[in-house]
Design a protein around this ligand. Structure first.
Ligand code: CDP
Ligand code: MG
Length: 167
């Protein structure tokens, strides 16, 4: 099954200079990178990305984390990986959410840690199913930023500019 998945190298991954290492590991999947950008994460984007965690006690800390406020690195590297079973392949290489429970050779097992406040700093985000992948990719990318057509889009005129947006 051809799929796509959103991959984020989180601010701890950037601060620890893990980008090259993580990309090398992900290249084992033979998946294709079809979109990539460095992005400053607004509070709005952070909240929308982690909407499913809103009730959790560490939510505010999580928002600060993905915005880079815990690491003095106010950016994340956002990418879309595309290909056969992309979601499961990347999740397997990433490892379990809790870095202490993650396989020790996985990305999170190798590079993650639990902060003194109990937050899992796990270096990477990757979508966990097709529905969330679609929601997340549409949240982080405009259609024109992705080199493969994957979801329906339409041309909209906004302030006299024609722009392709998700349908
Ligand atoms: O990232 P993943 O999909 O594996 O896990 P999630 O359940 O969607 O949680 C999102 C993020 O919240 C995790 O990647 C962790 O950074 C953080 N988290 C945490 O700090 N403590 C938890 N008990 C659960 C999640
Ligand atoms: Mg998740």
């Amino acid at each position: 099954m051809i799929q796509q998945t959103l991959v984020l190298i989180k601010p701890d991954g950037l601060k620890k200079s893990l980008t090259g290492n993580i990309l090398t590991r992900l290249s084992e999947t033979k998946l294709e990178i079809v979109a990539a950008k460095i992005i400053r994460v607004s509070r709005e984007l952070a909240i929308q990305h982690y909407w499913h965690m809103e009730e959790r006690p560490f939510f505010e800390e999580l928002i600060k984390y993905i915005q880079g406020e815990l690491h003095g690195r106010k950016k994340v590297l956002a990418m879309v990986y595309h290909g056969e079973n992309a979601i499961e392949k990347v999740r397997t290489l990433a490892g379990a959410t809790n870095p202490e429970e993650a396989d020790s050779v996985s990305i999170r097992g190798s590079f993650g840690r639990i902060t003194t406040k109990g937050l899992y700093e796990n270096a990477i985000h990757c979508s966990d199913n097709e529905k969330n992948a679609e929601r997340e990719i549409k949240l982080w990318f405009f259609p024109d930023e992705i080199i493969v057509d994957m979801y329906n889009s339409e041309i909209k005129e906004i302030d006299n500019f024609k722009k392709k947006v998700w349908k």
